[in-house]
Ligand binder design. Structure first.
Ligand code: 5AD
Ligand code: SF4
Length: 476
């Protein structure tokens, strides 16, 4: 058996890509290993969305240099977004790398490794850039090989990601995604439903649909158009599926039919991640987000009105080109007003190859970016904590994901199923993390938990037995 070590950074899309690569390599006789030392092949699945993510990979490559010198047969590969963005530069910076493969060429990984083993030297396969051919040619050069799955690489055995769309056509000026992941293409609905059905038959209870702008999904076949809401309805009908989630949404495509579907389909999480990025019109314009703050507010109000109990989360970029204190305060106002369940806050990181890097100066000093990041995080934390405190004394339904990190450290893997209580971790329908004491047998079950404590990121609870009579909150 050959051994594969794979390290993944970045978004859920990358986690899914790694699952598919592992599935393909298992077919070649590989098994996974947790150490680079005894691996025959070492793969880094990379991210380009911020400089920091790239720096991490280049330093990991630096650390592997010696291992490669000691064992020249070890195949070292860089795959994913940074491979597509940097291409030959990866070989220039780390000449001992054997393999560079973009996210649209991952199906080639097994063959390319075979070529390297046969002595063919360094191998590189990347997709066409956004200006390197006709739309059709570029689309065809970004391929995803979704049907191959590998249960061991899923977040848990009962949770899986399903891709419904690749690429992005929005071209926000700060973002590298449209160039590394190519044109937006929706997958045929039949394929998606078949894949979901298969996953559910293997025991998956929760499916998270993935796309850069998942709610822009639209599939045209002859006269028939499948909208995202139609797709949700089709997936909802799968027997055995308990939870349906999706990320990430584009504010302008939050249509009424979608909101109605989320409201009316019980398996659909009443949780929507809809990144605002900024609360300043001037900044949204420079970002070319395609909406105004008033339009975002309108979308937000409509969402809250149409879906009772909905939880909305957001992303913000602070310190984007030209952001003044006043612009930043407008973003703070939006956070304060919308009271997002949580927000992911990022310091602007200029990405070569984007319109932002070409046309707009990266002119907010690092210290100012850091201060704004901290200020917004403090505000969001206050809001998230207050939101979580609202659950004290209530019951939530939790899909139990496994042992908490603390419990994993303590437990030996051979512990009996019916052993003493362990600390378990799970999530509510709206993605709130819940920690409680339970039995290993409860992993994978959906169960009511009564909440007695809460902090910014976590709810703490106890398993509800029948004699505990608290109000049952089914929405969260
Ligand atoms: N710098 C900082 N944050 C970025 N994001 C995307 N591109 C950049 C960048 N160049 C953030 C956006 C997006 C999230 C996934 O990452 O907020 O929603
Ligand atoms: Fe990037 Fe904008 Fe596309 Fe999101 S919508 S992936 S931020 S270009």
């Amino acid at each position: 058996m050959k051994k594969l070590y794979i390290e993944t950074v970045g978004c859920q899309m990358n986690v899914l890509d790694s699952e598919l690569v592992v599935a393909a390599l298992r077919k070649e006789g590989y098994e996974l290993t947790a150490s680079t030392a005894d691996a025959d092949t070492v793969l880094f699945n990379t991210c380009s969305v911020r400089q920091h993510a790239e720096d991490k990979i280049y330093s990991a490559l630096g650390r592997i240099k010696e291992a490669k010198r000691d064992d020249p047969k070890k195949v070292i590969g860089v795959i994913g977004c940074m491979a597509q963005k940097d291409q030959q530069l990866v070989f220039d910076r780390a000449p001992y790398v054997d393999l560079v493969v973009g996210p649209g060429q991952l199906h080639q990984v097994p063959q390319l490794i075979r070529n390297i083993e046969a002595g063919a030297g360094q191998q590189m396969e990347v997709s066409l850039g956004r200006k390197e051919g006709s739309r059709d040619q570029i689309e065809r050069s970004h391929e995803s090989f979704d049907p191959l799955r590998d249960p061991s690489m899923r977040p848990t055995p009962f949770q899986a990601y399903v891709r419904i769309q690749i690429g992005c056509d929005k071209f926000c000026t700060y973002c590298i995604v449209p160039s590394v992941r190519g044109p937006e293409q929706s997958r045929p609905p039949e394929q998606i439903v078949a894949e979901a059905r298969q996953l559910v038959s293997e025991g998956c209870k929760e499916i998270t649909l993935l796309g850069q702008t998942v709610n822009s999904y639209r599939y045209q076949a002859g006269e028939r158009t499948t909208r995202f809401s139609d797709l949700l309805t089709d997936l909802h009908a799968i027997e055995g599926l308990e939870r349906l989630k999706f990320v990430t949404n584009y504010p302008k495509d939050m249509t009424d039919d979608l909101l109605a579907a989320v409201r009316d389909l019980p398996k659909c999480a009443k949780y929507l991640h809809v990144p605002a990025q900024s609360g300043s019109d001037a900044q949204l314009k420079r970002m070319r987000r395609g909406y105004t703050v008033a339009e975002y507010r309108e979308m937000f109000a409509r969402t809250v009105e149409k879906i009772p109990g909905v939880a909305v989360s957001s992303d913000f970029i602070v310190g984007f080109s030209g952001e003044t204190d006043a612009d930043f305060q407008l973003s703070m106002d939006l956070v304060r007003e919308c009271r997002f369940k949580n927000s992911f806050i990022f310091k602007y990181s200029e990405r070569p190859g984007t319109k932002g890097a070409d046309l707009l100066p990266d002119d907010v000093p690092e210290q100012v970016k850091r201060d704004r990041n901290n200020e917004m995080l403090a505000l969001q934390n206050e809001i998230s904590e207050a939101d979580n405190q609202g659950f004290l004394g209530r019951q939530v339904k939790v899909l139990v994901e496994g042992l908490s990190k603390a419990a994993q450290k303590k437990e030996s893997p051979s512990a009996e199923d019916n052993g003493p209580l362990v600390q378990l971790i799970g999530r509510t329908m709206c993605d709130r993390i819940v920690v409680f004491d339970g039995n290993r047998r409860q992993v994978g079950q959906t169960m009511p938990i009564a909440i007695y404590d809460a902090n910014v990121h976590t709810l703490f609870g106890t398993v509800v037995t029948q004699h505990v009579g608290a109000e049952l909150v089914t929405l969260e």
